[in-house]
Design a protein around this ligand. Structure first.
Ligand code: SF4
Ligand code: SF4
Length: 255
């Protein structure tokens, strides 16, 4: 299966070491209640409406030939004069993505950067990630994987030969708390992390700090857990950007 991409961020300094290109893939098997990329959750193309941009001109209704059941043809997004309509998700071949990633190779080499595959959960697509990562590695580009780790270990085994860094989320250590926040317990996530440590990969643990969820004792436990394993630990601040994107997706459902 070819995963869809919902964003490509070039010259990023927040998606791993150095300057990087971050490629964000759609589809996720967690359901974090604070998700700041709600457009990443579904693996399919989605239509969104940025209500704050809409000027009410009605062009979208004029051009649409499927007003009762959207077929995601994109005509309204192409014709909207205010760029208020947006399609989330586009298919790229591994060669197309490799070409985009390659364009900034000099930045990566000068800063110890590279490419980061992110999401959503990019590790839902291990064959595609391995294919793309191999192309990058063969071009001298370092590959990092940004993952929540909630996938079978066999998925990691496919990407391990081509990646040298993992940005690995720990949102909570307590299984019940993890389930309450994300919809899944963390047994598999922590098992995979132990295996990654044994594999000798560079690992950066990342914890989104969510007020009222994991910003108290739980955060201290996560810090101690990382310290015991000698793992680099980064805290990600909570921001509400996901709310406006969620609203854009939901606005379409209420037209
Ligand atoms: S979404 Fe775009 S085309 Fe539709 S009414 Fe708003 S501004 Fe006009
Ligand atoms: S994408 Fe826009 S134009 Fe196409 S079917 Fe959906 S609402 Fe209509």
């Amino acid at each position: 299966m070819t995963p869809l991409v919902f964003d490509i961020k070039r010259t990023s300094t927040t998606d791993g070491p150095g300057i990087r290109t971050a490629v964000f893939f759609k589809g996720c098997n967690l359901d974090c209640r604070w998700c700041h990329n709600p457009e990443s959750k579904s693996p399919r193309v989605q239509l969104g409406l940025l209500t704050e941009k809409c000027v009410g001109c009605g062009v979208c209704r004029t051009v649409c030939v499927h007003p009762d059941s959207c077929v995601i043809c994109g005509k309204c997004t192409e014709n909207c004069p205010a760029e208020a309509r947006k399609l989330y998700g586009r298919e790229y071949t591994a060669d197309e993505l490799h070409g985009i990633i390659l364009a900034d190779r000099d930045y990566y080499l000068a800063t110890g950067g590279g490419v980061t595959f992110s999401g959503g959960e990019c590790m839902l697509y291990p064959d595609f990630m391995a294919e793309l990562a191999e192309k990058c590695v063969n071009s001298g580009i370092s590959v990092a994987i940004d993952t929540a780790g909630n996938v079978p270990w066999s998925h990691f085994e496919k990407i391990l030969p081509f990646s040298d860094c993992f940005l690995y989320d720990i949102k909570a250590l307590d299984p019940d708390l993890h389930k309450a926040g994300t919809g899944a317990d963390n047994r598999l996530i922590l098992e995979n992390l132990d295996k990654l440590i044994s594999a000798g990969k560079r690992i950066i643990i990342r914890t989104p700090v969510i007020p009222g969820y994991n910003d108290g004792d739980e955060l201290e436990k996560i810090k101690a857990y990382c310290a015991r394993r000698n793992l680099t630990h980064e805290l990600l601040p909570y921001h509400a950007i996901g709310e406006s994107k969620k609203a854009a997706l939901e606005a379409i459902n209420h037209l």
